[in-house]
Each structure stands twice: as structure tokens, then as C-alpha cells.
Write a protein that binds this ligand. Structure first.
Ligand SMILES: Nc1ncnc2c1ncn2[C@@H]1O[C@H](COP(=O)(O)OP(=O)(O)OP(=O)(O)O)[C@@H](O)[C@H]1O
Length: 228
């Protein structure tokens, strides 16, 4: 699903934010990427989304070589990935239903499909009864669940989440993780960047650790080292 071969990223004339990273994520995996602040986690996610170009190396996502992707192919590529961010990024003046439906409208889904699919995903995230609420009328945990509904509504094969629990208390953080685990069990590849070591340990998934731009460990299910 995702493959990085000797990838480095240097922002203008600085030390590399990422230095010679090679990693492979198979379809259907659930992977945490963790590391201290400034270690390069967000840079890694941005490279995978083709928001940034690698300074060196090759990145392949869903069979597409990002180095070779043309500018006009990028929006379509991004729409096929579900993204979740720390600050939810919902449309403030649209209600819950509209926030999720919007993601289907931009992919030119048929009205009938939108009307069928949006209530389905809102039910999955436990927000069917709040479909008319505006984001500001929801708790942080609920807003993040709307963002998750929006991320999965087009049935992506890959979800990239950058600190999805960063603004949430412990209870809501767990709810979000359990939803992501369920989405993964239904077959979607899930990559989660997080600081939250407690959650990482408890989930017992593969954990990739970045330190000062280098991949320092890659551990399967919280046990035996892999790839490194
Ligand atoms: N746009 C930029 N221009 C220059 N340097 C940058 C830029 N973005 C990030 N960096 C630098 O690259 C390094 C990695 O940053 P990155 O945001 O990827 O880290 P992170 O692990 O996601 O941190 P955090 O957990 O605090 O979000 C840091 O040294 C940061 O200062």
C-alpha cells in the first residue's frame, strides 16, 4: 500500500527533517508512527499525501509513484485517501450531514448514493441523531467522529491520521482509536501518527518510531522487531 525507499526530506537549506527512510506498509495493516516533537512524523505524512516532495528517494502509495505524479493527478490521488487531523478541519457553517456529504459531492457521487451512504457512516460513528448539528454544537470527540465519517465516506483503501487524538481527552481518544480499529478490521489500511504512547502500547499494533528524522525502530504488535 505504501512504500518508501531511501527517502530524505530537507526543508530549505536545513538539516534533513527525514533522513534515508525506507519502510513498507502492506494493504490491511494498522500502523502507528511515533516519535518526539520535531522528529519528522508530520513531514512523513505530508510526503505520503504528496503535499511535499521528497528531496531524495522514491515513494509509492496505492501503486502510484509519487515522484512521477503529474500536478493535475494530485487532487484525484488525495481524494482516494481518507485523512484525519488533530484539529478536525470541519466546515464550520455546515451541519454534520453536509460536512460528510461534501466529501462525496467533490467526487461527483450521485445524489441517491449520497443519501444512502451518509446516514450509514454517521450511524457507524454513532452520530446519526446529530446529523443537523453544526460543528460548534458538538464536543471535540464528536467533531473528530464527524471527521472520521467524512474520511471513510468514499470507502478509501487507506486512512492517514495525523495526531487524531491530540485535542481529545482520554475517553474520546479511546473511542476514536476503537473506531479506527473497526475501520481497519473492515479492510482499510490505517496509518496513525501519534505522541500518545499509552494508546500505542495498549493497541498492540505495528509501531514505527522516528527519532531526529531517522527510523529507529519498527516493531510488530508491540513485540518482535521487524525490517530494522
Ligand atoms: N515548513 C517547514 N520549513 C522548515 N522546516 C520545517 C518545516 N516543517 C517542519 N520543519 C522542521 O522539520 C522537522 C520535523 O518536523 P515535523 O513537523 O515533521 O515533526 P513532527 O514529528 O511532526 O513534530 P510534532 O510532533 O511537534 O508535530 C522539525 O525540525 C521542523 O522544525
Amino acid at each position: 500500500m505504501i512504500s518508501l525507499e531511501h527517502v530524505s526530506k530537507t526543508y530549505e537549506a536545513g538539516i534533513p527533517a527525514l533522513d534515508d527512510i525506507s519502510l513498507h506498509i502492506e494493504p490491511g495493516e494498522f500502523v502507528f508512527i511515533t516519535g518526539a516533537s520535531g522528529s519528522g512524523k508530520s513531514t512523513l505524512i505530508k510526503l505520503m499525501l504528496n503535499e511535499l516532495k521528497a528531496s531524495k528517494g522514491t515513494i509509492t502509495v496505492g501503486g502510484q509513484n509519487l515522484n512521477k505524479m503529474r500536478h493535475r493527478q494530485v487532487p484525484m490521488f488525495r481524494r482516494r485517501i481518507g485523512t484525519i487531523f488533530q484539529n478536525f478541519r470541519l466546515l464550520p457553517d455546515r451541519n454534520v450531514y453536509e460536512n460528510v456529504a461534501f466529501a462525496m459531492r467533490v467526487t461527483e457521487s450521485r445524489k441517491r448514493d449520497i443519501q444512502r451512504r451518509v446516514p450509514m457512516v454517521l450511524t457507524l460513528v454513532g452520530l446519526a441523531s446529530k446529523y443537523k448539528s453544526l460543528p460548534r454544537q458538538l464536543s471535540g470527540g464528536e467533531q473528530q467522529r464527524v471527521a472520521i465519517a467524512r474520511a471513510i465516506v468514499n470507502s478509501p483503501k487507506l486512512i492517514l491520521a495525523d495526531e487524531p487524538t491530540g485535542n481529545l481527552d482520554n475517553k474520546n481518544a479511546w473511542e476514536v482509536m476503537q473506531l479506527l480499529e473497526k475501520i481497519n478490521q473492515d479492510g482499510t489500511t490505517v496509518v496513525v501518527v501519534t505522541h500518545n504512547i499509552e494508546i500505542v502500547k495498549a493497541m498492540k499494533k505495528r509501531v514505527i518510531t522516528i527519532k531526529r528524522g531517522c527510523l529507529v525502530s519498527d516493531v510488530e504488535g508491540g513485540t518482535s522487531p521487524k525490517h530494522v
